[in-house]
Design a protein around this ligand. Structure first.
Ligand code: 3HC
Length: 282
């Protein structure tokens, strides 16, 4: 697969675009407004350029990768894409609209993938006339650093589709892949989200402060980040959507989003991307 489309140039979309371009694919990214397009282009370029500073890539290779990415406001340009990876906000109606449009525009052999962490793949597939060519490819934040991609197989995803995206993730992007069924949380979030929610409950109850909760899990368990820093990194809105979908699916109390998480999302304190979450960022 050489021609890749990415829907959305936010944190995840930009990361996905950067790894695909670094791996040699031509990448087209869809944004909704000119200022978002410029910000996305900037985000992708700075992600690719990070490798130059650490000596992992040369300036020439980085420039070549950056030149492989183009951001557009026109979804009609996605007609020739071999694989389109949707990384739009976690709003069900928005995803259905995007998949409905992509289905009409993208060539019949094109695979449509979603990076959703909270919406069933089969529901997204239902917005298309090619449900067997719709699959989940779930990346992790920060995409250029985290080696894993979860391949999420709906009840109707074809074996050919699974084989093609697994091959691309493994052999082109050089990621580790695991396969999961189409149930809320897949593998990682089903285990991670209750832990993150529990850390918020601990803070909310006044049992320990944010710094100590994070220091405890880093120093005591060897995690690279504490749970509240990780929530700020993945985005509190993303974590809330994942917790809500887990709770809706399994109705188990440990999946219920803590009130503080909801109120912080209501307040627009979404973490790093808005400059404020459990911590302050410049
Ligand atoms: N883009 C590109 N590269 C990045 C990056 C980014 N956003 N963030 C860090 N890096 C690179 C750095 O450039 C550096 O590369 P180098 O070795 O070539 O210099 C390397 O990663 C390490 O970065 P730092 O030295 O700055 O920082 P740390 O050593 O503290 O590591 C971390 C940062 C890799 C983010 C580490 O803290 C970590 O692994 N944290 C846990 C992240 C995690 O658990 N992610 C999963 C979240 S769950 C999810 O995404 C699912 C969703 O559905 C909720």
């Amino acid at each position: 697969m050489e021609l890749i489309g990415v829907i959305g140039g936010g944190t995840m979309g930009a990361g996905i675009a950067a790894v695909c371009a670094k791996a040699g694919s031509e990448v087209l990214v869809l944004e909704t407004r000119q200022e978002f397009a410029e910000a996305a282009q900037q985000r992708i370029a700075s992600s690719i350029l990070r490798g130059v500073a650490s000596g992992k890539t040369t300036q020439t290779d980085a420039d070549t990768a950056i030149a492989r990415v183009r951001v557009t406001l026109d979804i009609d340009e996605f007609a020739d894409r071999d694989l389109v990876i949707e990384a739009a906000p976690e709003i069900e109606s928005l995803k259905y609209e995007i998949f409905g449009k992509l289905d009409k525009i993208v060539k019949p052999s094109g695979i449509l993938a979603t990076n959703t962490s909270s919406i069933p793949v089969i529901k997204v597939a239902g917005a298309t006339q090619r449900p067997e060519q719709v699959v989940g490819v779930h990346f992790f934040n920060p995409v250029p650093v985290m080696p894993l991609v979860e391949i999420v197989v709906s009840l109707v995803t074809s074996e050919e589709t699974v084989a093609a995206v697994t091959d691309y993730a493994k052999n082109t992007l050089r990621k580790i892949t695991v396969q999961a069924g189409d149930r809320a949380g897949f593998i990682v979030n089903a285990l991670l989200i209750p832990y993150l929610c529990q850390a918020v409950r601990m803070l909310e109850s006044g049992y320990a402060c944010a710094e100590d909760i994070d220091a405890a899990m880093k120093g005591g368990c060897g995690y690279p980040m504490g749970p509240l820093t990780l929530l700020d990194t993945v985005g509190l809105d993303v974590a809330l959507a994942a917790a809500e979908s887990l709770h809706a699916e399994f109705a188990e109390p440990h999946y219920a989003p803590p009130t503080l998480l909801r109120r912080m999302v209501d307040a627009g304190r979404l973490g790093r991307k808005t400059g404020r979450g459990f911590y302050h960022y410049n």
